[in-house]
Design a protein around this ligand. Structure first.
Ligand SMILES: Nc1ncnc2c1ncn2[C@@H]1O[C@H](COP(=O)(O)OP(=O)(O)OP(=O)(O)O)[C@@H](O)[C@H]1O
Ligand SMILES: [Mg+2]
Length: 361
């Protein structure tokens, strides 16, 4: 299925082979584009649509041709669109053309989805004008953003609960012990050193818990040694908790100045390590953080587990069959910091790789 044009539109007979070749190339770019591409005339009537656009809106391409583009918009924009177009043609004042916006679009089944729309104008030699809209479906991106926010909120709830159940109880016990000592000393009794020891122990426990909470909130910045140190600690905690061999090999100069970038890389390593244990049943996990000669930073989490299900290396991220969010969120995090994210099949096990280009470090 290629780009579909309205047959009633003026057609072009191309005789120059070089021109025909370049038109053919252009057509194949449009046909295979991931984004939807729709052109409309001055009245808002659709005169061409590429396969991605038709898929996105749930129509067959020829169901869209010749119809008003407002059918792809929810209320109130659908009713107002002819007016927007007229206003632009009369006044030249653009609200969207040449600017681009995030809006909602309407699928065939009436459901709305978030999209980024970029519109540009074309002017033909005969005076006709037309508009090209490039539509990016933001549904997955929005879902991931929600998921990242939810996981941050659930982490906060967990920390709140830990603070309440652990630290608050210990501090309350500390308060009671100090109150008892005060009463004793006001009655002239001597203070038992064992009681002071108990208080010191409670204080040390509380301090330990507080440190853990602080580390949980800011996994990288709280450690001296930045990202390499945080990853070494992740490896130690993983080995300890799951009784596997988990090692981090991190170049000491492989730190990043930007805190957000460091946090995202740490969370990617954390999810990949968790997956290696949970899904790969790995006995060995290696976390590598290196500075390649070309610059930038290279993070890889490699395991010796069962590998990804299916015969091939997952060609895309996430694999289409998974319902989990971990891989999607790792990819989202990598995108957010401008890094390349890949999953590789190893001779035994899997590898999750994330390459940060020099400019992003
Ligand atoms: N290291 C690995 N070895 C083998 N399979 C893996 C590995 N990492 C991921 N997978 C496969 O990819 C799937 C998706 O992983 P993903 O992290 O996205 O979801 P999840 O771990 O199942 O759930 P969530 O991360 O949302 O808690 C897993 O169900 C598993 O089949
Ligand atoms: Mg996971």
């Amino acid at each position: 299925m290629g780009i579909v044009n309205d047959q009633s539109a003026p057609s072009l007979v191309v005789v120059d082979p070089a021109l025909a070749d370049s038109l053919e190339r252009l057509r194949s770019v449009v046909d295979t584009a991931v984004d939807g591409i729709i052109t409309i005339d001055e009245r808002g009537v659709i005169d061409s649509v590429n396969p991605a656009a038709a898929r996105m809106f749930g129509y067959a391409p020829d169901e869209l041709l010749g119809r008003n583009v407002s059918m792809l918009m929810p209320s109130p924009h659908a009713e107002a669109h002819d007016g927007y177009l007229e206003h632009y043609l009369n006044t030249g004042q653009a609200r969207i053309i040449g600017i681009g916006r995030e809006l909602h679009a309407r699928r065939r089944d009436g459901s709305a989805f978030p999209m980024r729309l970029a519109v540009s104008e074309m002017r033909f030699s005969d005076g006709r004008r037309a508009f090209t809209g490039i539509v990016t479906d933001l549904t997955d991106r929005r879902r991931l953003e929600r998921q990242v926010l939810e996981s941050a909120a659930s982490e906060q709830r967990r920390i709140g609960q830990d603070l309440h159940d652990g630290l608050c109880q210990q501090l309350a016990a500390l308060g009671v012990s100090i109150e008892m000592l005060k009463r004793k000393s006001s009655q002239g009794s001597t203070i038992d050193p064992a009681q002071l020891d108990k208080i010191r122990q409670l204080l040390n426990n509380s301090l330990g818990q507080l440190r853990q909470v602080a580390h949980g909130l800011q996994p990288v910045s709280f450690r001296a040694g930045g990202l390499p140190a945080a990853l070494r600690e992740l490896a130690m905690m993983t080995a300890d908790r799951f009784h596997v061999c988990c090692r981090a090999r991190c170049a000491n100069d492989a730190d990043v100045d930007d805190q957000t970038t460091a946090d995202h890389l740490y969370r990617i390593a954390q999810e990949a390590t968790g997956n290696a244990i949970k899904h790969g049943k790995a006995r060995q996990v290696r976390i590598n953080l290196a500075t390649p000669p070309v610059g930038g930073l290279w993070l890889a989490v490699m395991d010796n587990g069962v590998g990804f299900p299916g015969a091939n290396v997952p060609p895309t991220v996430p694999p289409p069959t998974t319902s989990g969010m971990g891989l999607r969120i790792m990819k989202y995090r990598a995108d957010a910091i401008g890094a390349d994210f890949r999953i590789r099949r190893r001779r035994r096990g899997a590898a999750v790789c994330c390459a940060l280009p020099p400019a992003r470090r």
